[in-house]
Design a protein around this ligand. Structure first.
Ligand code: SAJ
Length: 449
């Protein structure tokens, strides 16, 4: 029997519990807003002075969170952003949503999780529930946060409660948001699962309790490894179709008519984003420490990572057909965000394609209605307007991200050569452009590997 548990459950039920969110990014800020919407007082903690200042002014730096919502909760005294870690001591519940990037050697970079853990534990008190949301390898919650709490003198499951709950935020998704996406919750102990589930049930429609933190950690990795492997499969099918002279889009659309046992994925120029290119490597890394090679993950990553090279080869072949070399050609890239209709550039395959083209001597410009400019290392690029002149003067136009805001008929009407890696020009009327598809359907010479 835990007095702390009963008191905490009562404070959650009455909305007297104070909730703190560590990390106010695309996961933490929407979550903070949902807790505030549910009537909790919310302390948003972030190391960025800039982010905290703009939020306290009632602004929002996250595409899916309206400034008006932030302003309303700030004005009502239900939300405050702070860089002062001591404020975490005022919280009954803490959700940690900090980045878990990969290092240069594709190993987990736990810098942010370790820093957040140290900060949270330094201000922890009996009666708190602490939940890690950052995508990470199975075992992180039990091997990193639990020992830190125990070392600070806490009996996890008795006076503090610890769980993992994977974030399932899909930026830009018009249907699924934090509140209506089922929330998996796995505790270090059954009492931890109970408390963390009650916390999230106060602001999220559906809770999915699981038996432990490792299960919850692995659920997330399965979800996104599933996508990486299936995207890798369709990317290989695109290469297969290219060699067979078959239209990969027609194959996939026809396969997708199967009403059971099939799920449509589409080939493309590679994979980007904060999840799919990274998450599977967390699992691969953990399994390497257990002397197991996750072959599916490694093969899918290899195929997906090879797609930018495949695209640049197609551009080179298409220019060659026009008796042009890549070296000295002007190439216009359409769409640089990592997927359509968003402004996020993280891990975008466009960055690889631009780099590879420039390495071969091409002069590369880009147009993206959602990305006016971007910086990659010491390389800064500013987008150009999509005009008939810009299209006509390009030796090749490469469609990398199929934003709905781009007028694809304009593109095929004015460009001379278009390499379409996303089937974006599907449905346009024939124009001036010679359009090369990702799988252009030109049979490879027999016997050529
Ligand atoms: N991609 C393909 N072919 C596909 C699907 C995606 O090439 O069939 C590419 C995209 O262009 C992008 C990358 O893969 O470059 C990742 O795309 P994504 O659709 O998986 O989008 P993400 O990275 O925003 O993934 C998020 C994930 N959400 C969370 O982790 C909470 C993922 O689990 C969601 O399933 C996904 O959004 C979604 O469905 O939109």
């Amino acid at each position: 029997m835990s007095l702390h548990k009963d008191q905490l459950l009562a404070r959650i039920a009455s909305r007297d519990a104070v909730v703190a969110i560590v990390g106010l990014g695309y996961v933490g800020l929407p979550l903070a807003m949902e807790f505030a919407n549910a009537g909790f007082r919310v302390i948003g903690y972030d190391v960025s002075e800039r982010v905290c200042a703009l939020l306290n002014r009632g602004e929002s730096h996250i595409q899916d969170v309206a400034a008006a919502q932030v302003a309303g909760h700030v004005a009502a005294g239900r939300f405050v952003a702070t860089t002062d870690p001591a404020r975490l001591g005022d919280a009954d519940a803490i959700s940690i949503a900090v980045p878990t990037p990969l290092s240069k050697t594709r190993d987990p970079d736990m810098t942010y999780v370790n820093a957040a853990t140290a900060t949270v534990v330094a201000h922890a008190h009996a009666g708190q529930v602490i939940v890690l949301e950052s995508t990470t390898y199975p075992g992180t919650t039990r091997e990193v946060i639990l020992p830190a709490l125990a070392q600070a003198g806490f009996a996890v499951g008795e006076d503090v409660f610890l769980a993992f709950s994977p974030e399932r935020v899909d930026p830009g998704n018009p249907v699924y948001h934090t509140k209506n996406t089922p929330k998996v919750v796995g505790g270090t102990t059954p009492a931890c699962t109970e408390v963390a589930s009650a916390l999230y049930a106060a602001c999220i429609d559906t809770i999915v309790p699981v038996s432990c933190t490792e299960t919850a950690e692995l659920v997330k990795l399965l979800e996104n490894t599933f996508r990486s492997v299936n995207i890798g499969l369709v990317n290989e099918i695109a290469i297969v179709c290219d060699k067979l002279g078959v239209d990969v889009w027609e194959v996939i659309d026809a396969a997708a008519t199967k009403p059971f046992g099939f799920m449509k994925f589409t080939p493309g120029p590679g994979i980007g984003g904060h999840c799919i290119p990274l998450d599977p490597h967390y699992l691969a890394w953990k399994m390497r420490t257990l002397n197991y090679k996750t072959r599916f993950i490694d093969l899918a990553s290899e195929i997906n990572a090879g797609m930018p090279d495949y695209v640049v080869e197609k551009v080179a072949r298409a220019l060659n057909d026009d008796r042009k070399a890549v070296n000295g050609s002007r190439v216009l890239v359409l769409g640089v965000a990592y997927k359509r209709d968003i402004d996020d550039m993280r891990e975008s395959p466009a960055l690889d394609i631009i780099r590879l083209l420039e390495q071969r001597g091409a002069t590369v410009a880009y147009h993206d209605p959602h990305v006016p400019s971007f910086r990659e290392g010491d390389h800064e690029m500013h987008g150009v307007a999509l005009t008939p002149a810009a299209l006509a003067e390009a030796d090749a136009v490469v469609i990398v991200t199929e934003h709905r805001a781009i007028d694809w008929q304009l593109v095929v009407d004015h460009a001379g050569l278009v390499v379409d890696t996303r089937n974006a020009t599907h449905g346009t009327h024939p124009g001036r452009a010679r359009v090369i598809a990702l799988a252009e359907g030109r049979p490879a010479a027999a016997g050529v590997a």
